[in-house]
Write a protein that binds this ligand. Sequence first.
Ligand code: ADP
Length: 246
Amino acid sequence: MSVLELDDVTYAYGEQTVVEDVSMDVEPGEFLGLVGPNGSGKTTLLKLMLGLLRPDRGSVTLFGRPAHEFADGTRVGYVSQGATGGTAGMPVTVREVVTMGRYPHVGLGRFGKRDTDRVDEALATVGVADLAGRRFSTLSGGQQQRVVIARALAADAELLALDEPTVGVDAESREAFYDLLRELNRDGLTVLLVEHDIGVVTAFASRVACINRRLFFHGDALDFSESDALRRAYGANQQLLDHHHH
Ligand code: ADP
């Protein structure tokens, strides 16, 4: 079964259609890079995929269910743009943020050693164990993103979606961050990465989806490098403009 299935998905903000007739799937264990020019609908498509927006036409199926009905917060981790996980202003420690990922598993039960171990493991995996006692809001952007990922790992998420996670992160930390994503993906986590840096995507993703409102390419990352999809997608706005002038 696919993790995600999009079938002829169309979405508009008012009169402005920003996603049009997009069909694609995401298979378990894949690393999908979502690329396209600024304002091409990447963030909107990601939100549609995660059920945070509901398509005007078409359907999105997440783990076999309509995405907008998807309520199981444990299976999907989402690192939104400039992500601080909604905890930016809260006086919580790094450990507390990651522990939140565990709550859905505990339910009304007791938070046990197994849960504490899972939190420790998640902190270590993303390399922030030494920051566990720090206030989350005092961390750098890059560190905060790692903590948000640790929270998803503590939740045993199967799908990790990230929206331009390294904006504002220095080059060295960026490299380390993508290495981490690659490792998590190798361990079986399905990764969805919205990224403007095409080089990063072709280096780390197994498949690429290139959009500019419509889907210009969906397939193997190597084939993408050799295709003219990028040029066509980035030229599409210009063509639309030309069209209006004639
Ligand atoms: P990308 O992530 O590729 O930069 P977005 O999905 O953020 O693209 O935006 C696609 C288009 O939709 C842009 O023209 C943007 O201005 C518009 N848009 C995004 N969010 C909203 C919103 N909440 N209301 C109205 N228009 C929006």
